[in-house]
Design a protein around this ligand. Structure first.
Ligand code: MN
Length: 200
């Protein structure tokens, strides 16, 4: 069973003015499509074709660099599209907000920690809000297309929010101004989706 490029739940221009349509189109139809196709090529004819992407990533130390890079890219972008929405922004509520306040002290402190992780990731990578096995929420960042599901990750757990800080995610609109892109991300976060992933 080949992995399929997921469709977006909104149009390429739906996140304007925060994230521009041209970047969304290239990011989804070229970059994410490329990771998906390359993942399928890398696992073709192996028993990995019968595994979920979570299973594959959890055993990534035993697998090829191509599967690590493209399997990560496949999963990470699927999460990224889903944790954004044209109706996003604001703050979480309920159990998720309570857990953020418990583990970070306040929403504003969490926001600062996550933004710092995104801004200070050198080169290409991702910032994450991670639910660890014990239920605790932590912020982390990973290089390239790695993520917290991978058995090689420094901070392991379930990523419930992720921000792509590869230049391909922001360069057309923001050029070198990664902090401005990070600020705009907060305006489109789909907290309902993040809360759903927190509860699961
Ligand atoms: Mn990307």
């Amino acid at each position: 069973m080949a992995f399929e490029l997921p469709k977006l739940a909104y149009s390429y221009d739906a996140l304007e003015p925060h994230i521009d349509a041209r970047t969304m189109e290239i990011h989804h139809s070229k970059h994410h499509a490329g990771y998906t196709n390359n993942l399928n090529t890398a696992i073709a004819g192996t028993d990995l074709e019968n595994q979920s992407i979570e299973e594959i990533l959890g055993n990534i130390s035993q697998l090829s660099v191509a599967i690590r890079n493209n399997g990560g890219g496949f999963f990470n972008h699927d999460l990224f599209w889903k944790v954004m929405s044209p109706n996003g922004g604001g703050k979480p509520s309920g159990n998720l907000l309570a857990a953020i306040e418990r583990d970070f002290g306040s929403f504003d402190f969490f926001k600062a920690e996550f933004s710092k992780a995104a801004a200070t990731r050198f080169g290409s990578g991702w910032a994450w809000l991670v639910k660890q096995a014990n239920g605790k929420l932590v912020v982390s960042s990973t290089a390239n297309q790695d993520n917290p599901l991978m058995d090689i990750a420094d901070v392991k757990g379930t990523p419930i929010l992720g921000l792509d800080v590869w230049e391909h995610a922001y360069y057309l609109k923001f050029q070198n101004r990664r902090p401005d892109y990070i600020s705009e991300f907060w305006e489109v976060i789909n907290w309902e989706e993040v809360a759903k992933r927190f509860q699961d």
